[in-house]
Design a binder for this molecule. Structure first.
Ligand code: ADP
Length: 427
């Protein structure tokens, strides 16, 4: 293993895994802290997907440390702590405390923090994070329900979460090349700085930063920061040139789409799928709460409609519908009821020969994947930016596409299946 990564959420981990595999690393994704003796196979990179973004600081630190220890024990040469490109966290953490705990674990005195991801509109200039051309603090992230981001100055913001001093490597240093960035790291060290925010506004900047970070035991950032890392291992003769997969050999079996995301993109994908003739069943949170629909009935419907195009079960609804349901049931209970129901449906489908699952929604994916008993994923071809096909390794053999709500083109639910081919197993 060359690179070991710890990611603070599931779809973020998938996004990072895809980035690494596109850059030619054989990557597997492990769900939750790896058990002792976990077999990482011949992966070049391993990404551990935690659910640690908004849990209490001590829990986030503890699960990140356990995961990092497992990765180091399996031979990881470099660690990457991956968080959201909008730096989702509160004044207390968890980015700073987890980064500092990992620094202590690997025994390093300096790391970087670089959430920039220019392809998704996230760039950093003079330590300030911009989202789609707006300062982070003026972007929709200012109103995020769990992690409202009201300070775009990442040096100041991260400093509130850390004991060690936070500094900046600015764009001028980055654009002057990898040696200039290394010089800036040395200058920061001399000033007693422990974490540097690094400016980046283009992919080329991320590649320069990646090059400068060769040999750094710990790096922290968004998935963009991984862009430049594989080239280091390749230059050192440790990584063969590997073409990213174009298709995924999927176990034979039935296929289904499960959508619990209410995001604009997912709702558009549902409309487009229905217009294209995909059989669709909508399940409402109130129906579930009132016991008007059961997992068994939903499964019966799916099985009865699974001979042609993969059928779609969705709870997704417009904001006004979701708002009134939440007013009646409470936000958390409504979400939980739907997640539990979709997870139960997923689990039951295993007993009916379903091996191919397309799941829309970050939390929804987390709930269904855990009900399916999946603990590791191999990364396959990219369907759309940030969303690959994956295949479970160990346990039931399944093909899974886990789509963060707002990702994917309108025809995603229809076109995704074209990238699967039969592997002859299970059928
Ligand atoms: P996204 O990736 O778009 O944020 P998530 O799956 O992470 O999607 O979050 C969607 C949340 O909304 C889940 O907790 C889900 O259970 C909840 N939800 C889905 N449909 C409904 C509905 N009809 N009413 C209320 N909550 C819902």
């Amino acid at each position: 293993m060359l690179l070991g990564a710890v990611a603070d959420d599931l779809t973020g981990a998938t996004d990072l895994s895809l980035m690494l595999s596109r850059e030619g690393m054989k990557t597997i994704q492990v769900i939750d802290v790896p058990q002792q003796g976990f077999d990482f196979g011949d992966a070049d990179a391993v990404v551990v997907a935690l659910k640690s973004r908004t849990v209490p600081v001590n829990e986030a630190v503890s699960m990140s440390l356990q995961s990092a220890r497992a990765l180091l024990a399996a031979g990881a040469e470099q660690l990457l702590f991956k968080y959201c490109s909008t730096f989702d966290s509160t004044d207390e953490g968890n980015i700073g405390p987890v980064a500092e705990a990992l620094m202590e674990l690997v025994g390093t005195d300096l790391t970087i923090a670089c959430p920039a991801f220019p392809a998704a509109g996230r760039s950093i200039y003079q330590g300030h994070l911009f989202v789609g051309g707006k300062l982070l603090s003026e972007s929709p992230m200012k109103d995020h329900p769990l992690t409202p981001m009201r300070d775009a100055n990442l040096v100041r913001f991260l400093q509130r979460q850390t004991k060690g001093k936070v500094g900046l490597v600015d764009l001028v240093s980055v654009e002057a090349g990898a040696q200039s960035v290394r010089d800036a790291f040395a200058a920061a060290r001399a000033d007693g700085i422990r974490i540097v925010i690094v400016d980046a506004i283009r992919d080329a900047d991320l590649r320069t930063i990646g090059e400068a970070c060769y040999g750094m035991p710990l790096i922290t950032g968004g998935s963009g920061i991984a862009m430049g890392l594989p080239a280091n291992f390749r230059a050192a003769g440790k990584l063969e040139l590997r073409e990213p997969a174009q298709t995924l050999a999927a176990p034979a079996g039935r296929a289904v789409i499960i959508a619990g995301s209410c995001s604009v993109a997912t709702r558009g994908q549902i409309e487009a799928a229905i217009a294209a003739g995909v059989p669709a069943l909508q399940v409402g949170a109130l129906e579930i709460a009132d016991g008007k629909i059961s997992a068994a009935e939903i499964v019966d419907w799916i099985v009865a409609n699974s001979d042609g195009r993969p059928p779609l079960v969705y709870s997704s609804a417009d904001p006004d519908v979701v708002g009134s349901v939440q007013a009646e049931l409470g936000r958390e209970r409504a979400g939980q009821l739907v997640e539990d129901m979709l997870a139960e449906v997923g689990k039951r489908l295993l007993g009916h020969g379903f091996t191919r699952f397309l799941i829309a929604g970050g939390e929804t994916s987390g709930a269904v994947v855990s009900a399916l008993g999946v603990n590791a994923l191999e990364i396959g071809p990219e369907i759309d930016p940030g969303v690959p096909w994956t295949r479970s390794s160990g346990g039931a053999r399944l093909a899974l596409a886990l789509k963060s709500g707002n990702f994917g083109s309108r025809d995603f639910f229809v076109k995704a299946w074209d990238l699967l081919c039969e592997d002859g197993v299970n059928g």
